[in-house]
Structure formats: structure tokens, C-alpha cells
Design a protein around this ligand. Structure first.
Ligand code: TYM
Length: 336
């Protein structure tokens, strides 16, 4: 290739559900990477609000949560001028391709999804079909944009594998239609664990509010949650087997400060867990402080938010329609 020809940047797609609270897990596992990747890739991001109704939502709170999530991601550093950032329900191609992909996804494959098993255990009174077929909607999100890479935390890896299988199956039947995407999992923060049960991932659906930290939690709340974090009885700040709580806190410290595990261990040599927990809490507070300040500015400016999500949705529709048209034609649908 000649020096003057610029290599086409790879395409990245990712999305986050607008649940009431966006957690430190979401931030370190996904958002922080999205922000970094914006420079080197063609990034497209979305608030996955269609996914969110697999559990019941209160309409008023839901509407506010979608807007809050949008404002919060801008506050974290997503720049919609650079990376189109839209709201999934504003772009109809997602639901349309999801239906098509449902017909190329096997019951057995969906039954194996651990998130489906977990969520149906948590909500035994509402195991709806959407909860079951949710991974085909996620596959549609990704495949519509012909994404090369999908930055996610480890908990979404299985859904990514399924997306690849669906894409390969479709391509196998109809010829090359979809780019087969790869998961992009960050080196730090890929699985932030609960502060109360560090064998489980940090999740906003945890009933124990001390188990997770919300990006918008106030500094005193954050400090309290870290001080109460469950650890072990060894009282030595280092990574080790059976030290899930401390391993998790070291992981968080590393993700927010950029320090390595060894540097953190050296820094806290001879110090107790109390000091360490306070230091991790303070580092998290300092990381979140500017985000919280920017959030207040963005959420107060609804017109700006609307301008950004509308423009991004128009862009996303144009791009995704191309893939959907190709898919419909290949299957044999009559052109409009
Ligand atoms: P969601 O909304 O549950 O989580 C959003 C992102 O945060 C990551 N994450 C974590 N990372 C590290 N530690 C944790 N404790 C933790 N908890 C959550 C998730 O891995 C995810 O990257 N189905 C997706 C949203 C989605 C999507 C997509 C993602 C819809 N369409 C297309 C990628 C591509 C979900 O429910 O993520």
C-alpha cells in the first residue's frame, strides 16, 4: 500500500443498558475503554434501551434513566461529534434485524446463555420471551454496523461468541454478508466483583446496595462502601488465591490509577486493610469527581442532548439500513 493511502480504521460498536444506576463495573469494564478507543477506531455507541424492557420498567423512571445514561456517557468522555452515540429505540433497523436473526438462532444456543439462566432465577415471575431472545437483538446491534471489535466486560463474552456463530451461519448460507466481530476485553477492570461477595460480579441488580458503587454515588457513600468491603483475614495487600476481596480491590485500584499490581503491593507493604480500603475509596472518588461535575452540566442541557442523539440516530439509521437491505435481499424478500 502506498504511504499516501490512509488505512481504513476498524469499526467498533458497543452499548450499555440504561438501568437506574451505571456502576463502577460498567465504567471500568466498558465505558473507560470506549473513551480511549475513540481516537484510534471508528466508534459507534448506543444506549441499549430496547434490551432494558426484558425486566419491568416504571415508564417515568425509565424515560429519565435513558436520558441520564446518555448524559452520563457524555460526561465520561464519549464525544458524539467523533463517535456517533445514539439511543437504540430511535433506530428501527435494530428490532427488524433482531427478528430476522431470531430465525437463524437455535433454541439450544439461547438456552445455554448463563445470563438467561441467572436472570430467570432472579425473576421467576417474569421469564419472558424477550429475556430468552435478547442475545439475537445484541447480535443485530453489532452486525448492523459490520463491527470489527466489540469492547465489553467478561460477562458479555458468551453473547459475543453467539453473535459470531450467528454471523458465520448466515454467511455460510447466503455468502459473505456480515463481518464476524471479535470481543475487545480490557486488561484491567474486565470483571469488577461485588464488594460484599467478591466471588460474584458487581451488578446493579444486587439487592445489597453496599455490593456496588454507582458512578453518581456521593463521595461519602463511596467511602462507606469501600470501608465495608469484604476481605480476608491475612491482612496483606497482595494478589493471591482465596483473597477474592483484596484481588478485586487491587484490580479496581489498578484500573483507576494505572498502577500495576506490584506497584500497589509495594506501596502498601506493612499497612493494614483499613488503610488500603480508604486509599482505594479515595482513588475512586477522585476518578469519578470530574465525571459527576460534567454530568450535572450535561443533564441540565436537554436541548444539546437531544441534538446529539437525534443526529447520531440519523447517521446510525443510514449505515444500518445498508446492512439490513443486503440481508433482506439475500433472504429473498421483494424490494420495496
Ligand atoms: P450491561 O448494560 O449489563 O453492561 C454494560 C457493559 O458493562 C460491562 N460490565 C462489567 N464489566 C466489568 N465488571 C463488571 N462487574 C461489569 N458489569 C457490567 C458489560 O460487560 C458491558 O460491556 N447486553 C449488554 C448491552 C448491549 C451490548 C450490545 C453490548 C446491548 N447490545 C451490543 C455490546 C454490543 C448488557 O446488558 O450490558
Amino acid at each position: 500500500m502506498s504511504e499516501t493511502v490512509t488505512e481504513k480504521k476498524k469499526v467498533i460498536f458497543s452499548a450499555i443498558q440504561p438501568s437506574g444506576t451505571i456502576t463502577l463495573g460498567n465504567y471500568l469494564g466498558a465505558l473507560q475503554n470506549w473513551v480511549r478507543l475513540q481516537e484510534d477506531y471508528n466508534c459507534i455507541f448506543a444506549v441499549a434501551d430496547l434490551h432494558a424492557i426484558t425486566v419491568r420498567q416504571d415508564p417515568k423512571a425509565f424515560r429519565q434513566n435513558i436520558l441520564n445514561a446518555y448524559a452520563l456517557f457524555l460526561a465520561c468522555g464519549i464525544d458524539p461529534e467523533k463517535s456517533p452515540f445514539f439511543i437504540q429505540s430511535h433506530v428501527h433497523t435494530h428490532a427488524e434485524l433482531a427478528w430476522v436473526l431470531n430465525c437463524y438462532t437455535q433454541f439450544g444456543e439461547l438456552s445455554r446463555m448463563t445470563q438467561f439462566k441467572d436472570k430467570s432465577q432472579k425473576h421467576p415471575d417474569n421469564i419472558n420471551a424477550g429475556l430468552f431472545t435478547y442475545p439475537s437483538l445484541m447480535a443485530a446491534d453489532i452486525l448492523l454496523y459490520q463491527a470489527d471489535l466489540v469492547p465489553v466486560g467478561i460477562d458479555q463474552k458468551q453473547h459475543l461468541e453467539l453473535t459470531r456463530n450467528i454471523a458465520e451461519r448466515f454467511n455460510g448460507i447466503y455468502g459473505n454478508t456480515f463481518k464476524v466481530p471479535e470481543a475487545y476485553i480490557g486488561q484491567v477492570g474486565a470483571k469488577v466483583m461485588s464488594l460484599q461477595d467478591p466471588t460474584r460480579k458487581m451488578s446493579k441488580s444486587d439487592e445489597n446496595v453496599n455490593a456496588w458503587v454507582g458512578i453518581l454515588d456521593k463521595p461519602d457513600v463511596i467511602m462507606k462502601k469501600f470501608k465495608r468491603a469484604v476481605t480476608d483475614s491475612e491482612a496483606r495487600v497482595c494478589v493471591g488465591e482465596g483473597k477474592d476481596g483484596i484481588n478485586n480491590l487491587i484490580g479496581i485500584m489498578s484500573a483507576v490509577t494505572g498502577k500495576t499490581n506490584d506497584e500497589i503491593t509495594a506501596e502498601f507493604e506493612g499497612k493494614g486493610y483499613g488503610d488500603f480500603k480508604t486509599a482505594v475509596g479515595e482513588a475512586v472518588v477522585e476518578t469519578l469527581r470530574p465525571i459527576q461535575e460534567r454530568f450535572d452540566d450535561f443533564i441540565a442541557n436537554k436541548d444539546y442532548l437531544a441534538e446529539q442523539y437525534r443526529r447520531s440516530a440519523e447517521f446510525a439509521l443510514r449505515l444500518s439500513q445498508r446492512t439490513l437491505d443486503k440481508v433482506m435481499k439475500k433472504i429473498g424478500y421483494l424490494a420495496k
